[in-house]
Each structure stands twice: as C-alpha cells, then as structure tokens.
Design a binder for this molecule. Structure first.
Ligand SMILES: *Cc1c(COP(=O)(O)O)cnc(C)c1O
Length: 480
C-alpha cells in the first residue's frame, strides 16, 4: 500500500490556523528552519482511507480469534472506554493540586485496594507502566530490603527455565545475576534442583503460577518455603493471573511481592505497544520501599505520599492513569462474583480446546491445564516437515491470529494457545476445525505450508533483519 507521502498531492493541504492578525514576532537568530517542513498534502477523506487501509491489514481482537498465549487477548468491554473518556479523568493534569482531583485519586486508591485484595497483598503502587516494568520495580523492593539489613551477599535471583523472557532480563536490570532452575517431568519446578540452588547468596525467586506451560505448580507452598528458609524473598509474576483471579491469591501461596498486568487480566486493549500498566503489590514489610507517590486517605480527603524508604520514582507522575480507570471499571462491573467466573471460563475454554486437539496434536505437559496450554509440533515436523512456524503462518489465511510460538523455550516447536474466557464455544469449534484442516494439509501437501500464508498482504518478512536493522525513516530523495 502507499504511504502518506506517496498519496500526497501538492495543493491538497489545508491551513486550519486563521491568518495572523498581529505582527509576526521576530524569531531569534538561527531558530527558523531553512526550508518549509516536508509534510504530506492530503484531504481528510484521503487521510481516513489511508488509516482504514492500514487497519485492515492488521488483526485485532475485534477481527477474530486471537489465542496468543501468555498475552491474554480477551475482549475489552466498551464501557471501559466510556469511563476512561470521561472529562474528569481524561482532561485533568497530573500537576493539579490533590484537592482538585479527588475523584481521580479515589479511583487510584480503590484500584490499589481491589488489587491488594485480589492478590493477597497489603500495599500497591500503580506507577509501573507494564509487566516487565513491574518486575523491575518489585526486584528493587527485594534489593532494598536485603541492603537495609546489611545483607549485601544476596545477589542472585532464581528463575525457572520455563519463565517468561522478561524475568531474567528484569533481574539483570535490577543488578542481580540469574540462576536458572530446570523443570521436572511434570512441567513444574524441580524441587531438588531448587534446594541445591538456594543459599546465602539468594536474593529471591521469580515465578509465575500457573507457569508458561499453563500448569499450576502443586508444590507452590513448598517452593516458597524453600526460598524463605534460605533467606530469600518470593516474587510472583502475575501476568498469568487471568487463570486464578478470585480463586487463589499469590499472597496466600507465600509470595512477598507481585505485579499484575492490567492490560491483560483487567482488559485494556494492548499489543502494538499501546499503553499498559503493571501495578506492584507487596506484603506490609516491603511497603516502606514502594515507589512514591502513593494515594492514601487523609483527614482532608485523598492525598499523595512517598513511603519512608522509597526506592524512588519508577515513572513520571502517576503511571498510566487511564489504564487504571479501565481496570477499575472492569473490576467493578464483574465484582467479587464475576472475576472468579471469568477465570473459571478462561480455564474451561483452554481445557476444552486442549482435549479436542490432543487427539492429533501433541500436548507434552499436563492432564489438565489452566488458562492456556502448549502444543509441541515436533512430532508433526518429524513426520511431515511442517514446523510450528508453518502452522502459525497458515492460520493467518483463516483469519486467526497465531498462538505464541517457540515459547516456552523448553518446548522446541511450541504453539502456546490461550483462548481466554471471552470466546464462545462456536468460535472454539471453528478453531478446532481449522486446526484439523491444517493437520490434514500437513499430511497431504506439507511443502505448500512452507509457503503460507497464501492470502495475506505480507507473507514471511525477515523478522530478525527487521529487529536488528530497523528501517525507520522514509527516504525522500531530492527535496529541492
Ligand atoms: C506479558 C508477560 C510479561 C511481561 O509483561 P509486559 O506488560 O509485556 O511487559 C511477563 N511475564 C509473563 C508471564 C507474561 O505473560
């Protein structure tokens, strides 16, 4: 498709500013540009068509099924958007005095309280802008805790080999070294390996439960006990909270600190780098290290304060506030009954898909899964040459966003499927039919699947090349 600059026609631009009716002030020497800015000249209708064409070339939750494992691409209720667009939330300034934004501060306080209750924590910061940012923040709390006690030897964070890639990355960013522990045959943490890994240098453990195989670790209490007995703290990666919300709380499992992905579990549109929010909750003994400012109820209403031994700010102002508004809308709409029901449906949908698919497709771990499960395409590849990549690319032809691929790393030809609770049985059945068809195609004409997608605007871009050598600027050529 054409870019805006290629659609541009000289003379189609319109000046929307009125003519100056005062003298043009003199600009300081050197401040004026030498040439007019090179901007595309388009009428509004052309601009509208350009963006509509762009939108049609991508795939979102509103286009169709989006089982992108670990990312929780659930439907985001429109009422969330209505709430976030209210002028009292959307048109305020972060530097307004607290007395003029009591409603907004109330939203922050209520959301923090709700998340503390859902996670079994005592205090919450809403500052982190995403899950990985929350991980980093939580690890700073753990670090501050050990350092304040003068325990400088605790420099290692234990991470299971099934962890999300952000976990080891955040640990390194926070100044720790990473110790990887292997999974056992059931896909959980190998307890003997964990016992061997902990010691006086253990700062803590990072774990997501259910893990990235979609399995709830039945040894979770023992895992936390082993780490605590060694003097470490336990960090819960709450990106998979959609599986257990209202059923099990990280705080009750023994975790000291947790982040939650509001954009996943609590329904804000995400993907494409849109605004996220990764609030961090902690037990009372860590709350003095939380980043400030935090909202609390004072004598004059809501006020902002900075905890006593705060690790400092991790983001400007109050975090991504409008994501918080969406989350509170979602939590309030569903309530204490609806939240666990949403999780129960997410788990039911995933198990339905898993049981229907495992007749032909190979599911290496788990009798029952939580909100997602992992298919291993390796046996199909050995038989037909068709890889997880080929299967995922073929799905695009049927208007389905592929599952997460080649992750977790311990399953080499992984397709990680997370249907979420918002899909109907009819949608799941349609997906099963497409998977059956791809299975058949793989056996009949596997070579054709290496060419998939056969009907999309873009087929197989060089993803590594695009990441390593991004081409981000438009080459105008001669502008004279
Ligand atoms: C999504 C995810 C993260 C990272 O969250 P971001 O908001 O993308 O930074 C961390 N852990 C797990 C298990 C996830 O699924």
């Amino acid at each position: 498709m054409k870019l805006l600059f290629e659609r541009s026609t000289p003379g189609h631009a319109h000046t929307i500013l009125p003519e100056l009716d005062v003298d043009m002030p003199a600009l300081p020497e050197g401040a004026a540009r030498g040439q007019r800015p090179h901007l595309p000249e388009l009428a509004e209708i052309e601009l509208g068509r350009h963006y509509t064409e762009l939108a049609k070339q991508t795939h979102g939750v509103n286009d169709g099924f989006y089982p992108l494992g670990s990312c929780t691409m659930k439907y985001n209720p429109r009422v969330n958007e209505q709430a976030a667009a209210l002028a009292g939330f959307a048109d305020i300034h972060p530097l307004q005095p607290a007395c003029t934004v009591q409603g907004a501060l109330g939203v922050m306080a209520e959301t923090a309280d709700a998340l503390a209750e859902i996670c079994g924590m005592d205090a919450v910061t809403l500052q982190p802008a995403a899950g990985a940012h929350g991980e980093y923040t939580g690890l700073l709390l753990i670090r501050a805790y050990h350092l304040e006690r003068g325990d400088t030897a605790r420099t290692k964070i234990i991470v299971p080999d099934s962890a999300h890639g952000t976990n080891p990355a955040s640990a390194v960013m926070a100044g720790f070294t990473v110790v990887s522990v292997p999974s056992n045959a059931q896909g959980g943490v190998d307890l003997d390996a964990l016992r061997a890994a902990v010691g006086p240098d253990t700062a803590g453990l990072m774990l997501t439960n259910p893990n990235t195989l979609g399995l709830f670790d039945p040894n979770i209490l023992e895992i936390c006990r082993i780490v605590h007995e060694a003097g470490g703290l336990c960090y819960y990666d709450g990106a998979n909270l959609n599986a257990v919300m209202g059923h099990a709380r990280p705080g009750d499992m023994g975790f000291d600190c947790v982040h939650v992905n509001l954009h996943k579990t609590f329904s804000t549109p995400h993907g494409g780098g849109g605004p996220g929010s990764g609030p961090v909750g902690c037990k009372a003994f860590l709350s003095r290290y939380l980043p400030g400012p935090i909202v609390r109820k004072g004598e004059q209403g809501y006020e902002l304060f900075k905890p006593e031994k705060s690790v400092g700010r991790v983001r400007s102002f109050h975090g991504n506030f409008l994501v918080v508004v969406r989350a509170l809308t979602y939590i309030t709409m569903l309530g204490a009954e609806g939240l666990p029901e949403a999780s129960a449906h997410a788990v039911l949908n995933a198990n339905y898909l898993m049981k229907r698919l495992e007749g032909s497709w190979f599911v290496p771990y788990g009798e029952l899964c939580m909100h997602e499960f992992v298919i291993d395409v390796a046996p199909l590849k050995a038989e037909t040459g068709v890889s997880a990549m080929d299967v995922a690319k073929r799905m695009l032809d049927f208007g389905i966003h592929p599952p997460t691929m080649y992750f977790p790393l311990i399953v080499h030809e992984a397709l990680m499927v997370e249907p979420t609770e918002t899909e109907s049985k009819a949608e799941l059945d349609a997906f099963i039919e497409i998977m059956d068809r791809i299975w058949q195609e793989a056996h009949e004409d596997g070579a054709r699947l290496h060419e998939a997608p056969l009907a999309c605007a873009i087929g197989r871009p060089d993803e590594v090349g695009a990441a390593r050598n991004p081409h981000l600027r438009y080459e105008f050529g001669d502008l004279s």
